[in-house]
Design a protein around this ligand. Structure first.
Ligand code: PRT
Ligand code: ZN
Length: 300
């Protein structure tokens, strides 16, 4: 094994909503992992990459302080930490690379079901319970409203019942928790999903090459998610129309069909899901022998 400073460290949530997806994604990038006995590190067996398993709130700090080179964490946490640092006059030492299409949720304002909300001005002089004081303050400032954020580290949804707040500002996905507490979602402050963040500190050439490789593989895994390989036969005179119907495809490959001068074979990678309606439209335009195949790996 390489000395530890030569190995890439990726900060991943230890136990929570992002854990399984994050590890699964890295395994689909070809990384073979074994967990340490104390469950705090996953060692990469076939690449010099290790995962540090930590609380999600610590991930931006670990990447910012250069203890980890990359991290996988919710945009809600990234944005809150960035705003907290900015409020203290400290720069953000990490950069956001790309979104990972899991961990979808939103940071929303909610009020007791009988409350009237006519837009942000309804928050004027109200108390709003939240763990996301930075994001809430930004929303209030952008809307030029004075209100009082009340910090809650968890169980924010019970604050109105306790008489501690008039509104709450919290993460919502299905809305079930709000409904169970007699609350209704009234506004959305941030749409969130898991993102990859990277340290801004310069890495040596070797480490940088490895970080680039893992980011390229992650990008490939994401592209493959919805991509399909489509094959069909097209009458030559309908080729232009059929090409236009192929969803999100780059230049298709056109092949001659043996013993048939009227038709050609068209092969294309479509970077969007291919729905039945699309196939029916292609058929109506003259296409035949339609085949849609999943794509397993992709390297741009
Ligand atoms: O221990 P650690 O600090 O690492 O974990 P945590 O408890 O802070 O985080 P965790 O595992 O709950 O969430 C990690 C990340 O998942 C969040 O930062 C979000 O980016 C994302 N995420 C996606 C969610 C939800 N969906 C979600 N539903 N985070 C929290 N929730 C909460 C929500 O606030 C509500 O209390 O789950 C509850 C159920 O939500 P509903 O709307 O489906 O009822
Ligand atoms: Zn957390």
């Amino acid at each position: 094994m390489e000395p530890s400073e030569q190995r890439i460290k990726i900060a991943v949530q230890k136990t929570g909503r992002l854990t399984d997806h994050s590890i699964d994604l890295l395994e689909r990038c070809g990384l073979k992992l074994t967990r340490s006995k104390d469950q705090l590190i996953c060692y990469g067996e076939n690449m010099p990459i290790d995962l540090l398993l930590v609380r999600d709130d610590d991930i931006p700090g670990l990447v910012g302080e250069d203890i980890c080179d990359l991290g996988i964490v919710g945009l809600n946490v990234v944005e809150e930490k960035r705003l907290n640092r900015a409020a203290d006059g400290r720069p953000t030492e990490f950069k956001q690379v790309f979104a990972l299409d899991f961990g979808h949720c939103r940071l929303s304002l909610a009020a007791p079901e009988d409350a009237v909300y006519d837009g942000p001005e309804s928050l004027s002089n109200k108390r709003i319970a939240t763990s996301y004081v930075g994001l809430l303050k930004r929303f209030l400032d952008e809307n030029d409203v004075e209100a009082e954020p009340v910090y809650f580290s968890g169980a924010v949804e019970i604050a109105p019942k306790l008489g501690r707040a008039d509104y709450i500002c919290d993460i919502v996905s299905t809305g079930g928790t709000l409904r169970a507490n007699g609350l209704a979602e009234v506004d959305v402050l941030l749409e969130s999903e898991a993102v990859v963040i990277q340290t801004r500190k310069p890495l040596g050439d070797e480490k940088q090459a490895l970080v680039d490789k893992i980011l390229q593989r992650l990008d490939g895994v994401l592209q493959v998610h919805e991509s399909k390989y489509i094959m069909l036969h097209a009458p030559k005179e309908a080729l232009a129309e059929i090409r236009d119907l192929l969803p999100g495809s780059e230049a298709p490959t056109i092949l001659r069909l043996d013993g048939n001068d009227d038709k050609v074979a068209v092969h294309a990678v479509c970077r969007e899901n291919v729905f039945w309606e699309t196939l029916e439209n292609l058929k109506a335009a003259g296409a035949s022998s339609l085949l849609v195949l999943p794509v397993e790996k992709m390297l741009a």
